[in-house]
Design a protein around this ligand. Structure first.
Ligand code: GUN
Ligand code: ZN
Length: 449
């Protein structure tokens, strides 16, 4: 009579976010994953026998977690530059526009070399997976073939990914790192067609104008049309630094605001994610809300490049969808856990400036890293928490991992375990990573790097 086949079951503590509760703790729960990698059931441990009436699994398929372990949803990095991983942790001594010219563009220009791209992209996918990023929204470079390679590598290692071939047809100041408007449009179409043609189950193309300063109106217009005609995701940067905002106003005098520039070219949709937004007005936030576009909060980058401070509370008040981003390598860390910490630090600095400011709690930061990120990328029908029917994207965390960064003083309850992991944990505490039910960490195929 038990008809639905179950691949495996875990029993123990599960922690996730819902719309109503930032941290919901399910103690002694059981979660079953079906043969397609979806969450088939979530119930109470004591009801396991009853569940086996409906779901087909043997007791050997049930794994019991220890009291220092829990499952949480995989984390979502809503904004990361894969090529910039090659110099992460360096070059943070100048403001944004100078940083782009001096470091980002010259480094990205090297990614015409497919062998080099293969080496760096393999490292970034592996590193982020180990760090618990089950979904990543990547900027690649202007090079179509190496951008396709990033999609292939994410697919091979089993990461859920949005991958963008970067578009930029003006103000690029680096000799071998620019495109004509026609090339940018044509190569974007080729990138999308070839990536879709691969039929990777978890990797999708994302239309990627670098930012308004790098793009002519003609390019932005065509990219808006391409996204619309193919119902694709869109990503870019907005209002990161005040000098950038000023220059955008000069370059697009007909637009009321920076947000209005993207809106005019149909680039704000419910599948758009814009990084930063530190200097957006309430009116601009209202336009985000109206169009369903989301923001990626990248606190490490905003501090490292002295760009600005996003008022997260105000974004949430405007009901704009919000996720966290590492923004490697403007941000120096490739871990969403770091973004969780910096987001709280930044909100505490805002409180120092204004005692009325309502600090972001660790529970809220946890939600931004998981469910919030999935909503920001419009992937919350597939991932973000442990709702039945979603894909099983999850981290098996052991707070007391031997040799790990957290010392066990006493038995801590699950909520304290989560708080310690968020504040002190790292990849040593992440025993296993699952994406769409597949165990992707530890890596199954031994590789040289
Ligand atoms: N704005 C345009 N390009 C970039 C980039 O590569 N990094 C950051 N942080 N901001 C940008
Ligand atoms: Zn960025």
């Amino acid at each position: 009579r038990a008809t639905i086949a179950i691949a495996y079951v875990y029993r123990g503590t599960f922690i996730h976010s819902t719309e109503e509760t930032a941290v919901e703790i399910l103690a002694d729960a059981v979660l079953g994953v079906d043969t397609k990698g979806k969450i088939a059931f979530m119930g109470k441990g004591k009801d396991l026998d009853e569940l086996s009436q409906t779901f087909r699994f043997s007791s050997s398929k049930v794994t019991q977690l220890t009291q220092h372990e829990f499952f949480m949803p995989g984390m979502v990095d809503t904004h990361i530059h894969a090529p910039q991983y090659s110099y992460a942790g360096t070059a943070l001594n100048v403001p944004l526009l100078q940083w782009l010219k001096t470091y980002a563009f010259p480094v990205e220009s090297q990614f015409s070399d497919l062998e080099f791209a293969h080496r760096i992209y393999t490292k970034v996918v592996k590193r982020t997976l180990r760090n618990g990023t089950t979904t990543a929204c990547y900027f690649a470079t202007i090079h179509t073939d190496s951008s396709l390679l990033l999609g292939q590598i994410a697919n091979d290692f089993g990461q859920r990914a949005l991958v963008g071939k970067v578009c930029m047809d003006r103000n690029n100041c680096v000799k071998h790192y620019k495109e004509t408007t026609e090339d940018s449009q044509e190569e974007t179409r080729r990138f999308i067609a070839e990536l879709l043609n691969k039929k990777y189950p978890l990797v999708k193309p994302v239309v990627t104008p670098r930012f308004a300063l790098s793009c002519t109106g003609a390019l932005l217009e065509e990219l808006g049309a391409i996204a619309k005609n193919n119902n694709l995701h869109i990503q870019s940067h907005i209002s990161e630094n005040t000098k950038e905002v000023r220059l955008v106003k000069e370059m697009f005098p007909e637009s009321k605001s920076y947000t209005d520039v993207y809106h005019k070219y149909n680039l704000l949709t419910d599948k758009t994610v814009m990084a930063h937004g530190c200097h957006l007005s309430d009116e601009e936030l209202a336009l985000f809300r109206k169009t369903g576009a989301s923001l990626s909060h990248c606190p490490n980058s905003n501090i490292s490049l002295c760009s600005g401070m996003l008022n997260v509370r105000n974004v949430l008040k405007h009901k704009v969808k919000l996720g966290l981003g590492t923004d490697v390598a403007g941000g120096y860390s490739a871990s969403v856990l770091d973004a969780v910490r910096r987001a709280q630090d930044m909100s505490k600095i805002l409180t120092l400036q204004n005692p009325e400011y309502d600090v972001l709690t660790f529970e809220e930061a946890f939600r931004l890293a998981t469910l919030g990120g999935s909503q920001a990328l419009s992937l919350d029908d597939q991932t973000g928490n442990f709702e039945v029917g979603k894909d099983f994207d999850a981290l098996r965390v052991n707070v007391a991992a031997p040799g790990g960064p957290i010392d066990l003083i006493q038995y801590d309850g699950p909520k304290i375990q989560l708080e310690k992991f968020l504040n002190l944990g790292d990849d040593r505490n992440i025993l296993e990573v699952f994406v769409a039910g597949r165990k992707v960490v530890p890596f199954t195929e031994p590789t040289a790097e």
